[in-house]
Design a protein around this ligand. Structure first.
Ligand SMILES: Cc1cc2nc3c(=O)[nH]c(=O)nc-3n(C[C@H](O)[C@H](O)[C@H](O)COP(=O)(O)OP(=O)(O)OC[C@H]3O[C@@H](n4cnc5c(N)ncnc54)[C@H](O)[C@@H]3O)c2cc1C
Length: 548
């Protein structure tokens, strides 16, 4: 068995649950047709809507902005399939539940051109004024190998890493928890930087090694923006191989939420064959949600921004958690106070990307003087940080992600218009590739995004800080509602911000499936004994409880 996002906090096989022929569960006939409001049309909202429709419910989707949320593929004007992935762009094969839906839709994928992978052809590392051209790690100076080995050693020593990965690969919940739960206690309140700097392996090396690690890191590179985060966040990424073996979706990942919206499932109850989410919603989502209230009948009243108020039997909230305080007038008693604390403390990271379309993948031309590619996937300490090259085939318009950055690097460009961002990026790349005429290849209009500047997001994705484990736990476990008083039941949280693996779409999908299980239980449904649900497994295998 290979590695998947099976735990480590809640080792539950979401991929098996959704693929099981028995289905996710069954609702009583009286529940069929009941209305569930879904706030947000991102991956979490659309997966939840799709699964609830199959169970015979009527999901009503509300969306305040662009359909698809943070799976936003910008299509360059005049092209059929030349896209810039403004949100999620590289999807680890370990994200099995996400790939279940991608495969269901028959979408094409290809290896993502990450640093030092064959898909990138070549990589340039430009650090501290020195530029190295490489196709594999072995082409780089010894220092880079020493840095990679030191991180491997730190993981092994600090997190019993080989054993943890073996347990995840074997899908052995008891063994995973035996290893992971003590790690939670040790590392919740300590940072990624602390983990690296205090490790014996890095202690034996110089500051320069740590500095290089911060720039090049592992897998996708450039992890120093996460240095202040809780080390648990990073360990989850490493242990579940989120940062390895990633693929892109040809033509854009936004096809996933759009495709599910229009997809007629083979098997569904209550609704006639051929029913789709789009059809159940009259062809379009409702407007953004402005207000949430408990109604007199015990349901939840959802009011959209045009004042249309309707009762719902359950609600799934997938927007970023702070919007429940700032953008939606949410009745306070819908959630316990300890949960409000978690929702409001959730910390979102900043991220900016700038793309241009070019006439062709000119970077594959060989430089006659060096024999190297004209340009390569580039990691640098200059302000572009990561530059990615998307080859759509010879003589076809292709795409350069000139810069993908986080936190302070993203904030530097926050007030700047797209043209200025392009100029700054071209300036930095000009230092690395003197004489390469990138601007001579640009066609169409560039596109940029700062997620923290988007009113329906106010940040890119969660990045838990030290001491945030309990907040994560409260949000993630909120779908288990049996112990809640009636006035707090029937509203469920899902999405990137409540998952254990923020910034990875699999977390959005998995928490969405938790919410689906919660809705089934809330509406009097039952789960199939041969296909246990997250609700069935949570009491035994739920995340370790840290004392309050
Ligand atoms: C820059 C960036 C890079 C990323 N890279 C990767 C990657 O490479 N690989 C990967 O796996 N994942 C990546 N991710 C993470 C991935 O994109 C997310 O985990 C996933 O798309 C989140 O889905 P969601 O449904 O939880 O939230 P969202 O997609 O944010 O959906 C929530 C929706 O709620 C809507 N909304 C907000 N307010 C309201 C309201 N009042 N009423 C109604 N609707 C509302 C929003 O408009 C939005 O559409 C990246 C994310 C970003 C931002």
């Amino acid at each position: 068995m290979t590695i998947s996002l099976f735990g480590p906090d809640f080792p539950f096989a979401y991929d098996d649950w959704i693929a099981h022929p028995a289905g996710l569960g069954a609702l009583p006939d009286t529940a069929h047709g009941k209305r569930v409001a879904i706030i947000g049309s991102g991956a979490a909202g659309i997966v939840a809507g799709y699964e609830l429709m199959k169970l015979g419910l009527r999901p009503v989707v509300f969306e305040a902005g662009a359909f698809g949320g943070r799976l936003r593929s910008h299509r360059f004007e005049g092209t059929k399939d030349v896209v810039a992935e403004l949100g999620g762009m590289r999807f680890p094969v370990s994200s099995r539940a996400f790939w279940h839906y991608v495969d269901l839709l028959g979408l094409d994928s290809a290896p993502f051109p990450n640093p030092l992978t064959p898909a990138a052809r070549s990589t340039v590392i430009d650090l501290l004024g020195q530029t190295h051209y490489a196709t594999t790690l072995d082409d780089l100076p010894d220092l880079y190998r020493a840095v990679a080995d030191a991180y491997d050693a730190a993981l092994e020593r600090g997190a019993d890493f080989a054993a943890l990965k073996a347990a995840i690969a074997a899908r052995d919940p008891a063994r995973i928890k035996e290893i992971w739960d003590p790690i939670v206690k040790t590392w919740d309140e300590r940072t990624f930087y602390d983990f690296v700097a205090s490790s014996d392996a890095f202690q034996a090396l110089s500051f320069r090694h740590r500095e290089v690690f911060g720039q090049v890191g592992f897998g996708t590179g450039g992890w120093d923006s996460d240095f202040p985060n809780s080390m648990l966040e990073i360990l989850r990424v490493n242990a579940t191989e989120c940062d390895e073996n990633q693929r892109l979706i040809a033509g854009g990942v936004a096809q996933m939420p759009h495709g599910l919206w229009r997809h007629a499932p083979e098997v569904l109850v209550h609704w006639p064959r051929g029913t789709t989410l789009a059809a159940l919603n009259g062809g379009a989502p409702r407007a953004g949600v402005a207000r949430l209230r408990r109604d007199e009948a015990g349901g939840i009243e959802v009011t959209d921004r045009w004042g249309r108020a309707e009762p719902f039997d359950a609600v799934i909230v997938t927007c970023q958690s702070h919007l429940l305080s700032t953008a939606i007038d949410t009745e306070e008693r819908l959630f316990p106070h300890a949960l409000w604390m978690a929702l409001d403390r959730t910390r979102y990271m900043q991220s900016a990307k700038t793309f241009v379309m070019v006439d062709r993948p000119f970077w594959t031309d060989r430089n006659p003087a060096t024999g190297h590619d004209t340009m390569s996937m580039t990691l640098t300490d200059r302000m572009t940080r990561g530059t990615y090259l998307f080859d759509n085939g010879p003589d076809r318009p292709s795409v350069i992600c000139l810069t993908y950055s986080w936190m302070t690097d993203a904030l530097k460009v926050l007030p700047l218009p797209v043209d200025r961002r392009v100029e700054l990026a071209l300036g930095a790349l000009g230092q690395i590739y003197p004489g390469v005429d990138i601007r001579g290849h640009i066609v169409g209009e560039p596109v940029t995004i700062s997620w923290e500047n988007e009113p329906n997001f106010l940040g890119a994705f969660k990045g838990a800080l030290p001491g945030h484990y309990r907040y994560n736990h409260r949000m993630f476990g909120h779908f288990m509602q049996e112990m809640l008083p009636p006035h707090e039941r029937g509203i469920f949280l899902a999405g990137d911000g409540v998952s254990w693996t923020p910034a990875w779409v699999e977390g959005a999908v998995q928490t969405s499936l938790n919410a689906v299980a919660g809705v089934i239980a809330h509406l009097g449904g039952r789960f199939h004994p041969e296909n246990p649900s997250p609700c069935d497994r949570y009491p035994d295998w739920g995340p370790v409880v840290l004392p309050e």
